[in-house]
Design a protein around this ligand. Structure first.
Ligand code: 5AD
Ligand code: SF4
Length: 441
């Protein structure tokens, strides 16, 4: 039996990238504005905000649905309303309800502002699917921001026109759209008024953001004018959209943190071409040189795919050589995963799983080595840390350095503080700091 009255409680579970985390927060705000209450335990409404970037993501959704239905134990035997949102919803549409009849709503990433109407339908016994992709209608229909952690996300751009041959994003998130400048300033102001000290601008191709002749650097400079906002970050960037103005901003906007996530994917020009990446190893390295020239301490991050169809041992060796040459502060690496409907999925010379495993291990060993090296190189430095939460030990606090490292320290602080800390010891994933002083309460 399903619930036939409107749900009173809800839970949103987000998987995948930071853009999904942002969407999850916005859905929670939308549902709260309808009078529903967020809960951690059993909820009348469960929204699974899914990711489709690599294999098994869709399968994970079905096992999650199975688990929710199985664990549901209400005295009256009623079942929760289940909504599947995010990129699996976009990619699979109604098929989801055929496979998992417990699901009553399927809503794509550009249509979740319509959830309240869909919930009313579902409560009246009617299932619905909405995978429309109207440009920017969603944001205008969402309630204003009222709550924020010290570190807030702000989606400025969505979708992708690049069509890398392995990637499902252009199909699930649609064409590139940029949100209007004024709407972004308004949202940033509400976030800061609600307690945000750091804003991370988000987009699948965040540095492709353009509006009214302005580019991302102009947006960053406008946000930097807000006195209560201390830090600005952005992710994820494409090398092709890294323009002069954005590079210059890294040199002369102190609030723009010294961190750049710039995925390269492979260190072989042959594979980059087959991936339809528009950069070469040389153009990528030149770009990094220019960023380092204006901001020598910048922490570099990237994404890598091993085992793309046709990747030879020599191609992979070129990726390792690129890693050695760059010295990433941190990076993400993945085994190639064929995505239905993408050109690479049907390319000849798919790579055997054991070859991918072995290459991934070698790549991750090199990346870990560099991460440890980078963390070690910051020991002895004094920096600000934005306090995000309490640590496990009494009097311990956790936060982020300007280079996005996790830092723990002991002393007096409050969540949202920016404190000055001496970095005294480095591990692979975090650093210990000694509190010098509170900078901004
Ligand atoms: N297989 C493996 N990794 C992928 N990524 C995107 N699509 C795939 C795929 N089909 C990785 C890329 C991208 C990151 C978000 O996920 O490295 O930058
Ligand atoms: Fe996918 Fe390439 Fe677009 Fe990134 S740039 S979202 S990898 S198609």
């Amino acid at each position: 039996m399903t619930i036939t009255t409107l749900p009173r409680t809800f839970k949103v579970k987000s998987f995948g990238c930071q853009m999904n985390a942002y969407d999850g927060e916005r859905m929670a705000e939308l549902l709260s504005a309808q009078g529903m209450e967020p809960v951690d335990g059993d909820a009348d409404l469960v929204v699974l905000n899914t990711c489709h970037i690599r294999e098994k993501a869709a399968e994970k959704v079905y096992s999650d649905i199975g688990r929710i239905v199985k664990n549901w134990s209400r005295d009256d035997g009623s079942a929760p309303l289940i909504a599947v949102a995010g990129c699996v919803a976009q990619a699979e549409g109604e098929e989801i309800m055929r496979r998992a009849p417990a699901v009553r709503m399927v809503v794509g990433p550009q249509a979740y502002h319509r959830l309240p109407a869909m919930i009313a339908e579902a409560a009246a016994g009617r299932a619905s699917t909405d995978t429309d992709m109207p440009a920017d209608a969603k944001f205008a229909a969402l309630p204003p921001r009222r709550r924020s952690a010290p570190g807030a996300f702000l989606t400025v751009q969505e979708g992708c026109d690049k069509f890398c041959t392995y990637c499902v994003v252009p199909y699930t998130r649609g064409a590139e759209i940029s949100r209007p400048f004024a709407a972004l300033l308004t949202e940033a102001e509400s976030l800061v008024a609600a307690g945000a000290r750091e804003i991370t601008l988000l987009g699948q191709n965040v540095n492709a953001w353009r509006h009214d002749g302005k580019g991302l650097a102009d947006l960053i400079r406008a946000l930097a004018e807000m006195p209560a906002l201390a830090r600005i970050r952005y992710t994820t960037s494409h090398p092709a959209d890294m323009d002069d103005a954005l590079i210059a901003a890294h040199g002369d906007v102190p609030k723009l943190m010294p961190f750049l996530h710039l995925p390269v994917q492979s260190g072989s020009d042959r594979i980059l071409k087959a991936m339809n990446r528009s950069h070469t190893v040389e153009s990528y390295m030149r770009l990094l040189e220019r960023v380092r020239a204006v901001r020598p301490d910048i922490a570099l991050s990237g994404d890598f795919i091993v085992g793309f169809p046709g990747e030879s041992e020599a191609d992979f060796a070129a990726t390792l050589a690129l890693v050695d040459a760059v010295g990433y502060a941190q990076a993400y690496s993945f085994k190639y995963s064929p995505r239905p409907g993408t050109p690479a999925a049907t390319m000849a010379e798919q790579i055997a799983p054991e070859v991918m495993d072995e290459r991934l291990q070698r790549l991750q060993a090199a990346l870990n080595r560099d991460q440890v090296g980078f963390n070690g190189s910051t020991v002895g430095r004094r920096c600000t840390v934005m306090v995000e939460r309490r640590g496990k030990l009494p009097g311990q606090w956790l936060g982020k350095s300007p280079w996005l490292q996790s830092v723990h320290f002991l002393g007096e602080a409050t969540i949202g503080d920016l404190v000055e800390v001496d970095l005294i010891e480095a591990g692979a994933n975090s650093l210990a700091g000694r509190l010098v002083e509170r900078v901004l309460g």
